[in-house]
Design a protein around this ligand. Structure first.
Ligand code: C5P
Length: 208
């Protein structure tokens, strides 16, 4: 199978030295890429800025902003059998990019933010011959929010994780996930290293 996997955060640029981003480490996405390679699959990995080495054997595409990730996914998606959107794409970006550094002043500063383009949402009109897996990082009402995302984002599968707990989820080496399928089935993978969770996920994705 040919996997297209996204990982890590995006950076939304304010000016040449400042950006908005999030705590995503890329560990889960890179672990899925490694598990897919181990199982003999082809992998294209589109990654935001993280402190990890690209997995050997993957076709690696480095991006910075949500717009770059959007374009990279659209360029590669037609050639994949499974799209795994593990990246923590920023939901908002500054309305304007200042080409010069914004000067510090002795007054409050407001930043106007606009929603980024939803990459998963944008794929609903594609000729969908590939499996679509979304991720949901939630701090509350995990299953209900993930269920909404499954339908709103036209996913076949949503992998949901609780990021309110510092022992799993963002930045941690461990995770604990609930997998929601379109037919209403759910499956839990209890707390384990992300590498172990990734192997389970790849098995599930290849059998769906
Ligand atoms: O809505 P939320 O950001 O929580 O949704 C998470 C899922 O949607 C993830 O799979 C993420 O990669 C994807 N996403 C996206 N485009 C965005 C924001 C999130 O595809 N602009």
């Amino acid at each position: 199978m040919r996997f297209l996997i996204t990982a890590g955060p995006t950076r939304e640029l304010i000016d040449p030295v400042r950006y908005l981003s999030n705590r995503s480490s890329g560990k889960m996405g890179y672990a899925i890429a490694e598990a897919a390679l181990e199982a003999g699959h082809g992998v294209v990995l589109i990654s935001g800025p993280v402190n990890l080495d690209p997995p050997r054997g993957a076709h690696f595409i480095s991006i910075l902003t949500s717009d770059e990730m959007y374009n990279a996914v659209h360029r590669s998606v037609r050639d994949c059998d499974a799209l795994v959107m593990c990246a923590a794409v920023a939901d908002y970006k500054p309305q304007k990019f200042s080409t010069t550094k914004v000067k510090k002043r002795d007054e409050n500063l407001s930043l106007e933010l606009v929603p980024t383009r939803d990459i998963l949402g944008s794929l609903q009109n594609e000729d969908r011959h590939f499996l679509v897996v979304g991720f949901a990082a939630e701090t509350n009402d995990l299953e209900a929010n993930a269920q909404k995302k499954l339908h709103a984002k036209h996913c076949d599968i949503i992998v949901a994780n609780d990021v309110s707990n510092s022992n799993s989820g963002m930045e941690s080496d461990e995770n604990e996930v609930t997998i929601l399928f379109r037919n209403g089935e759910t499956k839990n993978i209890s707390r384990a290293p992300k590498k172990i969770i990734a192997r389970e996920l790849v098995k599930i994705f290849t059998n769906t």
